[in-house]
Design a protein around this ligand. Structure first.
Ligand SMILES: [Zn+2]
Length: 388
C-alpha cells in the first residue's frame, strides 16, 4: 500500500510533494522516523524508480480499509497532483487525513471558507454501496464529498467534442450525483493533468451513450469546478445526426439478424402494426432523460409500450396507473432500478402527449412532423437532470 502522508518524528504531519528533491528525501529518510497517522506503526519512505516517492507500512496492517481504494501508482500521482491543484486555488488541503469519528481516510480533505470537502480520486471499480456508505459517513460529519473518477482509457484526449461512447455501469452510477450541470461525469486524467468532462450524456442502450467530451487543464480549472456550457446549435445537430445514425444501424442489424431465424419481439410488434422496422417513426426510440436504468434499446421498450397500450381495452395515455407501468416494465424490460424506470416510462408517455400521439390510431395512420420531434429533442439534451 502506498501513502503520501506520515507522522514525522511523532510530532508533525508530513506529506511527500512533487517539489521535494531526491537528495532532500534521502536525507529525511536517514534522519527522521515516520509513523502511520492512523495505525501508528512505522513507515518506510520508499524512493524507488517505478513509483513516485511514498511511504509504506513496514509490517502489513489492516489500516488500508479506511481508504476507498487500494492504492496504485496512478492513484498516488493523481492524488499528489490534485492536492497541488486544490492548494493553488486557495484551499487548505490535508492529504490522507484520518477522520476518527467515521474511520475514513479520504484522499484529500479540502477546506474552503467554511465548507469542508472530502475528495476521493477513484481509479478502480468498487461496489456502489461502498460509495454510498462512504458518502453517508462524510455527511455525518458535515463534510461534502467529491468523487473524481480516473478518466476511462477509452476516452482519449483526441476525442474532444461530441462522440458516441461506452460507459461502464460503475461510472454510470456517478451521472448527475454532483451538482455539475446535469448529466455530467467529471473525471481526472493524471497522465495529462487534465480534468475531462463527460457531459450532456444521452443514453441509447446498455452502456452506449452520446456525450460531449471537454478537457480543462489543472491550470485552467477553478474551484468550485467550472460548469459545463449549454450545447450550441451546431452541437445539438451533431447529437441528432449521431443519434439517428445509431438508431438506423440498430434497426438494420435487427432485420439482418432475423434473416437467420432469430425470434424477435421487436419485429413481431412492427409486423403487427404493419410497419417495416426501418420506417418506424422517429418518436419510437426517442432519447429520454435517465433511460440508462432501462437496459433495452430505446426503440425496443418504446415500441413495446405503444404496442401494449394499443392492445388495451381502455386506451388513454392521460390515465395510466403506476401499477400498469410497473407491470409493463416487469414484463418487457430489463431494469436496474424499478422506481427510476417508472419515472422514465412516465416521461416518455408525457412526450407522446406533447407530440399529440393518438393511441387509438395505428402508428402508420398518423403523421407527426419531424420538426416537432426535433424541437423536443433539443429540449431533452439541454434539460437538467432529475426534472420530472
Ligand atoms: Zn497504518
Amino acid at each position: 500500500m502506498y501513502i503520501l502522508t506520515a507522522y514525522k518524528d511523532n510530532k508533525e504531519i508530513f506529506t511527500v510533494t512533487r517539489q521535494m528533491t531526491r537528495e532532500q528525501l534521502v536525507f529525511l529518510r536517514n534522519t527522521s522516523h515516520f509513523t502511520c497517522p492512523q495505525c501508528e506503526t512505522s513507515l518506510r519512505l520508499k524512493l524507488g524508480k517505478v513509483v513516485i516517492p511514498h511511504f509504506a507500512h513496514i509490517v502489513l496492517t489492516n489500516c488500508l480499509t479506511s481508504f476507498s481504494e487500494r492504492e496504485s501508482p496512478t492513484h498516488l500521482i493523481g492524488k499528489q497532483q490534485l492536492a497541488e491543484f486544490f492548494t493553488r486555488v486557495g484551499c487548505d488541503v490535508s492529504v490522507e487525513a484520518y477522520l476518527p469519528k467515521i474511520s475514513q481516510r479520504p484522499d484529500l480533505l479540502v477546506k474552503r471558507n467554511k465548507e469542508i470537502y472530502a475528495v476521493e480520486f477513484q481509479c478502480s471499480v468498487m461496489p456502489i454501496d461502498d460509495v454510498i456508505k462512504r458518502n453517508q459517513g462524510y455527511l455525518k460529519i458535515k463534510t461534502r464529498s467529491i468523487w473524481l473518477l480516473r478518466t476511462p482509457l477509452n476516452i482519449q484526449i483526441n476525442e474532444i467534442g461530441i462522440t458516441y461512447l461506452k460507459i461502464s455501469k460503475f461510472i454510470q452510477n456517478f451521472i448527475g450525483i454532483q451538482s455539475i450541470s446535469g448529466a455530467t461525469i467529471l473525471t481526472y486524467d493524471p497522465t495529462t493533468c487534465q480534468f475531462i468532462y463527460i457531459s450532456h450524456l444521452m443514453h441509447i442502450s446498455g452502456t452506449s451513450f452520446i456525450a460531449k467530451i471537454r478537457s480543462l487543464s489543472t491550470k485552467q480549472q477553478t474551484f468550485p469546478f467550472a460548469q459545463v456550457k449549454p450545447l450550441t446549435l451546431t452541437e445539438s445537430k451533431q447529437y441528432w445526426s449521431i443519434f439517428q445514425h445509431k438508431r438506423n444501424r440498430f434497426l438494420r442489424t435487427r432485420i439482418r439478424m432475423n434473416k437467420h431465424g432469430v425470434k424477435d419481439r421487436l419485429l413481431k410488434h412492427c409486423y403487427e402494426q404493419q410497419l417495416r422496422p426501418e420506417n418506424l417513426p422517429l418518436y419510437i426510440g426517442f432519447p429520454i432523460s435517465e433511460s440508462e436504468t432501462i437496459q433495452n434499446h430505446l426503440v425496443e421498450w418504446q415500441l413495446a409500450l405503444i404496442y401494449t397500450l394499443s392492445n388495451q381495452q381502455h386506451r388513454d395515455i392521460d390515465y395510466i396507473s403506476d401499477l400498469w407501468i410497473e407491470s409493463f416494465i416487469l414484463a418487457q424490460c430489463k431494469v436496474f432500478h424499478l422506481e427510476k424506470a417508472k419515472l422514465v416510462v412516465r416521461r416518455y408517455c408525457r412526450f407522446l402527449q406533447v407530440i399529440n400521439f393518438n393511441i387509438n390510431e395505428s402508428i402508420s395512420e398518423q403523421f407527426i412532423s419531424d420538426s416537432k420531434i426535433l424541437d423536443h429533442f433539443e429540449e431533452v439534451i439541454v434539460a437538467k437532470r432529475c426534472e420530472n
